[in-house]
Design a protein around this ligand. Structure first.
Ligand SMILES: [Zn+2]
Ligand SMILES: [Zn+2]
Length: 375
């Protein structure tokens, strides 16, 4: 062997790296080089090296010896003494070992890890105004809830539980197989005790051991001001109960908003199409505008052009994520050209045209003239 790379070099960490940094480096490299994952030539050798470096540097005692006298000081302990036994672990097991070692809720083994309940979805329809102002609503629905008889355990009241005979109380079944890379351990959840390690001697009569029963649930949902069509509100833990006391799923309230008759909404902006006649646009008028706060009168100046946008700042929809701020209300002006005119109206418009020296078509089409003749 030529010059040997140090364990620190192999993991790519500083000599003073702390445990967390070493763990991080190992995880990253293991994900890259584990032979279950990498198809690159030499991956197995590379992983062995990474694993060996990690086994030493993650153990304070061995790391101390290594720092003082190098690899030779470890003697046979070099890469041995792995918590995974002979060879090296399968990819999945490696990371299971990792997470349990990191002090997470997984707590070591698979035992006791109960499956969670399903997430649920509730479709809630609200009005435009309710979406803009926010509202509290009571909702009711049927869902699997904790069984009242057994308090969710699935065991008949007063019954006892015993260690599972199928897995010896471990909650998991280990299958060891030999591969060219060494021994691989495959761990699966025990199907008899569902990974819990214990089995009740008498299942609950009400729920047949499932720990859940169908119930009518009533909840108050707070809809924040500014919510929009398609938004979802998550109510943590209000979904279906987990089997045998497992954690509940979440409830997602999907919000649907009924559109407003005369206001259009885009995010926090509100739009209103204001229809004016030629005379109103030319002479100015007072128009009634629908707003979130109710109808309001607005002065339209003389000479307002079609397509003019009048912006009422802060009169739109509240921002969901920036409380206290609101979008704007945009009033878009449309000028309608009349298509039907009374004789008097026509006369006035003709006078207007003559006053401005504008050429216009003579009075009416043939049909109009016939109508006039009959009228
Ligand atoms: Zn029950
Ligand atoms: Zn079992």
């Amino acid at each position: 062997m030529a010059t040997e790379r140090s364990y620190y070099e192999i993991l790519g960490v500083e000599r003073n790296a702390d445990d967390a940094a070493i763990k991080r480096a190992f995880r990253k490299l293991a994900q890259q080089w584990h032979p279950d994952v990498s198809s690159e030539p030499g991956a197995a050798e590379r992983f062995k090296e990474i694993n060996e470096a990690y086994q030493v540097l993650s153990d304070p005692k061995r790391r101390q010896i290594y720092d003082m006298v190098g690899r030779s000081g470890l003697g046979d302990m070099g890469g041995a003494g792995s918590p995974f036994g002979e060879g090296f672990p399968g990819f999945g097991d490696l990371f299971d070992a990792f997470f349990s070692g990191m002090g997470g809720a997984a707590g070591g083994a698979r035992r006791g890890r109960r499956p969670a309940g399903s997430d649920l979805r509730y479709d809630l329809r609200i009005s435009f105004d309710e979406a803009v102002r926010g509202i509290e609503r009571e909702i009711e629905f049927d869902a699997l809830d904790r069984c009242g008889t057994c308090a969710g355990s699935g065991a008949a009241p007063g019954s006892t539980s015993a260690p599972c005979s199928a897995c010896g109380g471990r909650g998991e079944i280990r299958a060891v197989r030999q591969t060219m890379l060494g021994q691989m351990v495959n761990v699966t959840e025990c199907s008899r005790c569902h990974g819990e390690g214990r089995v009740a001697d008498a299942p609950c009569q009400t729920c047949r051991g499932d720990g859940r029963a169908q119930k009518r649930k009533k909840l108050r949902v707070t809809i924040p001001a500014g919510i929009d069509e398609g938004h979802q509100i998550r109510l943590s833990g209000e979904g279906e109960a987990g089997p045998r006391g497992g954690p509940p799923g979440n409830l997602y309230v999907a919000v649907h908003v009924t559109p407003h008759a005369t206001l259009r909404r885009e995010g926090t902006e509100i739009y209103h199409d204001l229809q004016l006649s030629i005379a109103q646009a030319a002479l100015g008028t007072r128009a009634r505008i629908p707003t979130i706060e109710g109808e309001e009168e607005m002065e339209i100046r003389a000479g307002t052009q079609p397509g003019t946008e009048i912006r009422l700042r802060g009169r739109g929809v509240p921002h969901l994520r920036r409380p206290g701020t609101r979008g704007d209300l945009h009033v878009i002006v449309h000028v309608n050209v009349p298509t039907k005119l009374s004789r008097r109206q026509r006369q006035l418009l003709e006078e207007l045209a003559a006053e401005s020296g504008e050429a216009v078509l003579p009075a009416g089409s043939i049909i109009d003239r016939m109508k006039d003749a009959l009228g």
